[in-house]
Each structure stands twice: as C-alpha cells, then as structure tokens.
Design a protein around this ligand. Structure first.
Ligand code: FES
Length: 140
C-alpha cells in the first residue's frame, strides 16, 4: 500500500482535518439515482452552465443546439437580427416537438416544427426562454 502523503509541516491530512475521518469514501454519490436527482435539482438547475461560445454564432440567424441531459431539456441558442444572443427551449409551443433538429445552422427567418408546421421567428415569439429554467423551483 502506498504511503499517505504528508503536508509540508509533516502532518497527515487527517491530523489537520479530523472531521473528514478515515473511513472509506461512500459510493452513494456515484450510484444513487436519488442522489443524482438532488444534484440535478439543487445544483444543475440553478447554476450557470457553459453551453458554447459567442464565436459559434457570428451572424444574425446563426444558431446551435445543446441537449442538456442533466436538465432534461434541449436548448436552442440563437443570434437574433438585432445581434443579441438568446437561449430558448428547443421545442414548439404546441406539443414540445423539437424546432431545430440539427446541431447548428443558420435560421432563414423561421424555425418550423416538423410535426404540424407551427413556425417561430428564429426563437423569438413562441418558444420558451431559457431564463425560465432557472426560475423554476426544483421539485424536492
Ligand atoms: S407538435 Fe409542433 S406544431 Fe404541433
């Protein structure tokens, strides 16, 4: 067995932080579905998530999609005609079908739902803004 590393003052870490104990590390955080659901609700639904870079969508109408499994959603990030970058749920307002099936592209003015043909002006009028994700209270 490898020797436990010591600190610069020649003490073992558990001498300095006895509250951490010396028991084996629990495996529940890595295997428990309930633990993961708590992390999803209390961390990932509240924290800023890096989904891309502005350079990915340099021109008005450019977009990319990120499927965020940890948030159980697909996000559509679009540079609008005014140059502002906005993020929306990638779903039509009718039944939640994906508006953009591609991972990236350039919107020619409208996103069209492939199912019933409901249209949305490049993610501005009918899609749900992503900001609403962070305001949703996680179900405990
Ligand atoms: S499911 Fe998208 S328009 Fe009906």
């Amino acid at each position: 067995m490898a020797a436990v590393p010591k600190t610069s003052n020649d003490k073992r870490w558990h001498d300095i932080y006895p509250e951490l104990g010396t028991d084996p590390i629990p495996i529940e955080p890595y295997t428990s579905h309930e633990y993961f659901e708590k992390e999803r609700a209390l961390i990932f639904r509240k924290a800023w998530l890096n989904v891309g870079r502005v350079e990915q969508i340099p021109n008005p109408g450019d977009y990319f999609v990120r499927d965020l499994a940890v948030c159980k959603t697909s996000i559509l990030i679009v540079r609008g005609k005014d140059g502002t970058i906005r993020a929306f749920h990638n779903m039509c307002a009718h039944r939640g079908n994906k508006l953009a099936a591609d991972t990236s592209g350039s919107c020619k003015g409208l996103f069209t739902c492939k199912f019933h043909g409901l249209m949305d002006r490049c993610g501005t009028s009918q899609t749900k803004p992503v900001s609403s994700i962070s305001t949703n209270k996680p179900s405990a």
